[in-house]
Ligand binder design. Structure first.
Ligand SMILES: Nc1ncnc2c1ncn2[C@@H]1O[C@H](COP(=O)(O)OP(=O)(O)O)[C@@H](O)[C@H]1O
Ligand SMILES: [Mg+2]
Length: 327
């Protein structure tokens, strides 16, 4: 905790703080920090983790845009408030990690719960507000613009082809029955990517990581947190998280009040479904191949990878029938 105290004191001028670990998310460790005046939420990205550079590279581009949204749109009070360092930055770092500080949200993460009618209403209204803004906002959106690339796809492709023998043997054993299917999905990914690059699509601000662990209920307000995936993209980048939800029709009825002419672009939707799947697969493979993990962490990652592989056929048009049964 000493290193964290140093960070908080040096960069934020916070002294005599109480620091307690919190249930973090997928990308970072999390702490509640309290001084004699207020509480904060500290996100700490471990520099040793292979995925950290991906999550932190765009902090200086996306955080100012969330601040603009907070100050200029109806998302005010519905998204986290980042705290600037003494020098006016939204992040700081030491040898171990990269840190972001937020005002603490006193509330409950939705997590495993299902959304109530009122929450669905608020959620849809938030998304439709976010999707009303695009390139025209008075901030540079260049760095967060969608180009239909995915830096991890070539890495995954190589891992399944020329680098396959270098993967740990337990990872290869798990992947073997699914390798051909994943390779076919990668081909589809590249085809869709080319097609979308050549299509004129409306781009809007999108959160791109919509799930219940990124929603908190604070008092009467639903809050959308974890904006590290903020992009200027076709709105299917967000709507892909909702199409399979039982409340999708209700969600769209509210959404269409502000976007009456909107129709889903099926190619964009499939592109994002596939990209997310490949990203999750690569995250688990990368952890197993490169991260130093405890035995328990490794076993958990194997379970997550297995689950992801078994769900490959949830992508429209993908069949894993040729894969032998795993039970
Ligand atoms: N400002 C905040 N105040 C209180 N709790 C928070 C705050 N931001 C996030 N959390 C909690 O921490 C968890 C992880 O935060 P999140 O920003 O989603 O990190 P990750 O990028 O690691 O997923 C969330 O699911 C939520 O429970
Ligand atoms: Mg999260």
């Amino acid at each position: 905790m000493n290193a964290l105290q140093t960070i908080l004191s040096t960069h934020y001028g916070l002294e005599n703080v109480d620091i307690s670990p919190q249930q973090g998310g997928w990308a970072a460790l999390a702490y509640k920090v309290t001084d004699n005046k207020q509480s904060y939420f500290l996100k700490a990205y471990d520099k040793e983790r292979a995925s950290t550079s991906k999550w932190t590279a765009l902090i200086d581009s996306y955080v100012p845009i969330t601040v603009w949204l907070m100050n200029n749109t109806d998302l005010h009070g519905k998204i986290p408030v980042p705290i600037q360092t003494n020098n006016g930055f939204y992040k700081c770092e030491d040898d171990h990690g990269i840190y972001l500080l937020y005002a603490y949200i006193d509330g409950e993460t939705i997590g495993k719960r299902t959304l109530t009618k009122g929450q669905i209403h608020q959620f849809s209204a938030m998304l439709s507000e976010l999707h009303s803004y695009g390139e025209e906002i008075p901030l540079d959106t260049h760095a967060i613009k969608e180009h239909f690339h995915a830096p991890f796809v070539p890495l995954l492709k190589d891992a399944l082809n020329k680098e396959y023998d270098r993967l740990p043997s337990d990872v290869r054993e798990r992947l073997d029955p699914y390798v051909e299917t994943i390779k076919q999905i990668i081909v589809t990914f590249y085809n869709l990517s080319e097609c979308l690059k050549n299509t004129i699509l409306r781009m809007a601000l999108c959160h791109t990581d919509l799930h219940n662990w990124n929603l908190m209920q604070a008092g009467g307000q639903l809050m959308l947190i974890d904006w590290e995936g903020l992009k200027l993209a076709p709105v299917e980048a967000d709507l892909m998280f909702l199409t399979d939800k039982p409340y999708f029709d209700e969600f769209m009825t509210i959404y269409r009040k502000s976007h009456p002419d909107y129709v889903i672009n099926p190619n964009a939707l499939l592109f994002y479904q596939i990209r997310r799947k490949l990203e999750d697969l690569w995250e688990w493979i990368e952890q197993l191949a490169f991260d130093s993990q405890t035995e328990q962490e490794r076993a958990d990652t194997h379970d997550s990878l297995q689950k992801e592989l078994e769900e490959l056929d949830s992508i429209p048009g993908v069949s894993t029938d040729t894969a032998p049964s795993t039970d």
